[in-house]
Design a protein around this ligand. Structure first.
Ligand code: PBG
Length: 328
């Protein structure tokens, strides 16, 4: 066995070329999924105070953003709606409108940029008056009734042209139900990226500002999203979703859950993604704006850590910025 002074681990670190040769994880444009928030506003862009640098975009502007994604070499975008309060209801009926904001955006983007992957969230929270991901009865979030609507909604999104539907609701059995409904609707090419291990996290705050649910959300989501204290349970969640037909799985949030990403990738070897959520974006952005840390360096380090933990890709609000850095 060779040891110091014969082994010197600093040798390979001594120059840039050899550091490049031994580097194990690399962030590429192909790893990026750009998360975009859409509104039906007249203004092309409206700012989100808790997410400096990220705007909500309207239908015209989202098509320009999609072209930008393609030009930057980003493989796919993920869309999230800020639904006009006048369309919200207790039963989330707008989620089943084939001419709603997201279906319209998906078909417009597909027509303009056919070779860009489009991922859409399957969730009820943008559409419910109470901001929960499921229907409520007697203060309880109903599982099976919510799953039925989610499955119908996935079919509408698939018909509009979505390539990947991403259920983010954490109801039990939704992946199976969505897969079955897609098959019945002859949408067998539509993929499912399940938010398999989604935690009841406080890092979603800025997103709820962005989609306009912060002020309306009653209570919290702990009866369906996971307890941040749990790790074994994440494996059970993922296993279920794989058995039910998920093509890809996601862990969310990202950076505080790198241990979960690593365990899941090691256990299942599935295409595995992390969502660097709004709160993570806002933290990194705030320290950068204060010039307390260097934005480019911390963002690239955070994305490298996702790759090192085993991610095949990352959903991030930084995607266009990162693609631009990588292109120069
Ligand atoms: C809800 C959903 C959430 C996010 C994506 N889909 C938030 C929540 O569960 O309340 C969070 C995204 C982010 O924070 O960037 N279906």
């Amino acid at each position: 066995m060779s040891t110091y002074p014969f082994t010197r681990l600093r040798r390979t670190r001594a120059s840039d070329w050899s550091r490049r040769l031994v580097s194990e994880s690399v962030v590429m444009r192909n790893d990026l999924i750009w998360t975009i928030i859409i509104t039906d506003a007249k203004e092309k862009r409206t700012s989100i105070p808790s997410m400096p640098g990220v705007d909500r975009v309207n239908l015209d502007e989202v098509v320009s953003e999609a072209k930008k994604a393609r030009d930057l070499g980003i493989p796919a975008i993920a869309l999230f709606p800020n639904i006009n309060p006048k369309y919200k209801s207790d039963c989330a009926s707008e989620a089943l409108n084939p001419n709603g904001l997201i279906p319209k955006a998906v078909s417009a983007i597909k027509a303009a940029v056919p070779d860009l992957g489009i991922i859409v969230d399957v969730a009820l929270d943008p559409y419910t008056t109470h901001g929960h991901d499921g229907l409520i009865e007697d203060n309880k979030i109903l599982n099976d009734a919510s799953v039925e609507i989610l499955a119908q909604s996935a079919v509408i999104l698939g018909k509009a042209g979505a390539d990947i539907v991403a259920p983010s609701d954490m109801m039990d059995g939704r992946v199976a139900s969505i897969r079955e409904s897609l098959e019945r609707a002859q949408l067998s090419d539509v993929m499912i990226m399940s938010y398999a291990a989604k935690y009841a996290s406080s890092f979603y705050g800025p997103y709820r500002d962005a989609i306009g649910t912060s002020s309306s959300l009653v209570g919290d989501k702990r009866t369906y999203q996971m307890d941040p204290a749990n790790s074994d349970e994440a494996l059970r969640e993922v296993e279920q979703d794989i058995i039910e037909g998920a093509d890809m799985i996601m862990i969310k949030p990202g950076m505080p859950y790198l241990d979960i990403i690593k365990r899941i990738k090691d256990e299942f070897r599935m295409p595995t993604y992390a969502f660097q959520v709004s709160g993570e974006y806002s933290m990194l952005k705030a320290v950068s704006q204060n010039k307390w840390l260097d934005e480019k360096k911390i963002v690239m380090e955070s994305l490298t850590s996702f790759k090192r933990a085993g991610c095949d890709g990352i959903l991030t609000y930084f995607a266009p910025q990162v693609a631009d850095w990588l292109n120069h």
